[in-house]
Structures are given as C-alpha cells and as structure tokens.
Design a protein around this ligand. Sequence first.
Ligand code: SF4
Length: 530
Amino acid sequence: MGQVLEKVLEKYPARVYKNRKEHVIVKKDGEKNEIQANTRTIPGIITNRGCCFAGCKGVVLGPLKDVALIVHGPIGCAYYSWGTRRHKARKEEDAKSFLEYCFCTDMQESDIVFGGEKKLKQAIKEVVEIFDPAAVMICSTCPVGLIGDDIHAVAAEAEKLYGRKVVAFSCEGYKGVSQSGGHHIANNGLIKHIIGTGDREPKKYAINILGEYNIGGDGWEVSRVLKRIGYDIVSVMTGDGSYRDLKNAHKADLNIVQCHRSINYIAEMLQTKYGTHWIKANFIGVKGTIETLRAMAKYFGDEELIQRTEEVIADELDDIQDAIDYYKEKLRGKTAALFVGGSRAHHYQILLKDLGVETVLAGYEFAHRDDYEGREVIPFIKEDADSKNIEELKVEKDEKHYRVFLTPERYEQLKNEIPLDYYAGMIKEMPDGSIVVDDLNHYETEEFLKILKPDIFFSGIKDKFVAQKAGILSRQLHSYDYSGPYAGFKGAVNFARDITMGLYTPTWKYTTPPWKTEPLLEGTFIGGEL
Ligand code: SF4
C-alpha cells in the first residue's frame, strides 16, 4: 500500500507533496499511526470541505426546530443551506417548528458600506412579530466579521426588548479551517446561554443524546429503542431537538455521544460544570448498537435495566435477523472506501464489517487527530494559527447543579469496561494495510478509486457522480441518498438493502456500449474460402 500512496502523491509539486504526505497514511497494526489533521486546506486543490458557518448553522444549530435562525449576510449562504441537510423534525403539538423556513438579512452593498446592524434589528423584530418563536438565533457569514457588525450587542438588546432568548454566533466562514470551527462556536454558545436555564425534573435513567442530527430519521430509530428500554431522553443535540429541551440538558444523568467531533466540547463542559459523564455511543450497525446499549445499562448498574436491555436486544434481533442474513450473503467479500465529514467514516466501517464488506480506504473532511487516533493524543496536538480565532471556553463547576455520579472506585472499574469519557478514534479499528486520508481532494479521489477499485465509494454529493461515472457505485453517507434511517437495528437493514440494490442494479451492465465489446456488423463470406 505504501507504493500506492507514492504513486498518487508523486504527481504533486514538492511543497504540496510534503504537506499531503502527512495527511495520508497506511494503517499498520502495532504502530503509532500518526496522521496530520485539522490544518489549512491547500489553495486550489478542490477540497470537499465546507466552512465555519456550515458547521455552526448547518450542522449544530440548524436542526433546533422551535428556534428562528437568522442568517446575517448576503443571500447565498442562507439559500444553499436551506433544507439541504436532512435533519428531520416533527412538530410538537404545543410548540412551533420553523425548519422549513430560511431567514436571512439578505445584506446588500449599502449594508456592507454603512453596516448591517440596523437591518439585523429589523429582521429580529419581524421574525418575532410574524412567527413568535421560542428563541431567536443569529449566525454570521463572512462579511459580518469583516465590517465589524456587533451581533452580540444586537442580540442582547433584542433579548430584553422581546422577552425571549436571543443568541448570536460569530461563525464567519473564514474562521478555522473547515466546518469544525463552527461546531466549536455553536457548542460554546449553547453552554453559555441555553443549557442550564431550564427546570424540568427528569425521570429515572435520564439521558441526553449528543451529536445525533436525525438525518433521515436516525434519531427517531435510536429513541424508539431507548424508550422501549425505559430511558428518559431529556434532550437530543440537536436532531429533532428544541430550545425547550436543550435548556434542561444539565438535568440528565448520562450523556451519550454519537458524533464525537461536533459535540465533544459540550460533553466535556457538561462534565466539568455539572459532573455528568459521557460515553461514546455508536448506533450505526447491529454490533455497535448492542455494545452501546449494554454500556449504557452498565453505567447505571441497575439489574432491572440490564435485564430489560437484553430483552429488547433479543426482540429487535429476532425482527431483523433474516433480512440481515440475506443481505450478508449478497455483500460478503465486497470492498469499500469511505470519505465523510468527521464521524461516519468510522461508524459505517463497523456496520460494513458486520455485513462482510472490507474497508480499503477511509478518511475525514474535518476531523482532528483525536478522531483518528483517540483522545489520548489531545495533549500532544499543536494548535496552529488558523484555529486560534475559535474561542476555547473554560467553564467552572456549577455549585447549584453539580452532582457526583460515580464513586472513584466505580469510575475506575467502569473505565476499563465501557468507553467512559473516552473515544478511541477510527484508526485502531481499521484493517491492517488500509489507507487513511485526511481532507481527500478531487485528484486523490480519482486516483485512489482507479488504483484500489473498491466496489462501493461512500461519500457526499460533490463526488458521488465522479465515482459513478467511473463505474463505481457511490452511496452518499451525508444525505443517505434521500433514504434512511440507517441507525439502530432497523436502520442496519435499510442500509444493507440500499447498498445491495445499488450493487445489483442492472444499470452497471449498460455502462459500456455494445459496440465497444461486440462487432458492429456480422457477416459471412459466400462463395468459398479466400
Ligand atoms: S465561506 Fe462565507 S460566504 Fe461561503 S458559505 Fe461560508 S459563510 Fe457563506
């Protein structure tokens, strides 16, 4: 595999080669497997990355359904992020939902010249008067930071004026190097202004689900199973989530973290401020779901809960086993390459392995080294100049709400048994000899696909058709190609069905025109031999 890397990278000019070499490695069992990540994208390389605004508005805040989220900027950022991420939500009877709307200040030249604060104040006024939302959030786009609009002062003034929560997020697209900075900014704002302001008293086994965005209904499938077991879901961050639930997140007894990258800051801050522990969950795949459910039951250590967990697992398995066995038969021996944002490239490898599919390459757009190598490398990560404009929020113990959940002995014991306050990263679970690529670009995508020839390429909308035109099935792992849910027990069946359908579709037989493989005319000589 080392030769494969060289073959792809050798075409680069020296400086680019030096840079990219640190972002592409071959996994070697028993070695350190260090990779470079979360650094500036090379200009002109055709990256798949998005911006800080996309991470803040598009990923973390966008799914909050009872919030009117105003994009402060020219119309493009709002328009392109309108309804394109499939974070589904159900309207609750006694609450409003604004997910089908797109609110924007639509800045014009005069707002750039004279400032956009006046227009923003007017937009908040209109949104409150027309829609009467539970809360208002403001997300800034590139020009806002450059012209110096003070969106936080506008928000504070509006909060007093309209008697409801108004929070501003300075998530200008140029901050940080990718969507990742936006996640961090959104996490900081939610901890600072929203979490801890509610007073709903939770029931037994109260949990928050963190980093679950309900794409294609994933969160609903996860919640269905958790509710069957008997968990009280205080809040979900943030798929089908709401300001109303988020306020009470400090009341839960455990946080379960699905997407580590986008929400680990809140998980850590909840622990420092309120004493709540988190465990790394994985509801993608049957094996991952079962392990997570068992870890959660172990954390609470309640015999009744442990027994109920096993009953639900057995019952759910009973429902899906035949279907899973059927698809396994169809998929065994296939290979896959995965390139997704900051967590799915790991989780889906485990599901693929369940189905007998081997991963030959995996990578992330915007993950950090801890997502690749595990949280133990955090003390060794050097922060570079590009990420210094993202606030590192320090929170303190909340004397009123801080609780001690585990004795030191129990903590030490559990730490050895379940992923308590810890994430091991993607690389450790990858097969020996597979390739890990950070910030994969267009050229590398084409080259790796040509050389590795995987049966399936899992990625996003920008490179889906590049792969399909090359004759390789591509399934989108951001939007699920408008299918889903893929999480939990039933989700695993949907996923297996979709990729089986894609691989076995007769279309692949027609990609080469017949005249390329068969003669155009067929004839016979008449009248004897020549
Ligand atoms: S980079 Fe700037 S202009 Fe582009 S989408 Fe992000 S915020 Fe908008």
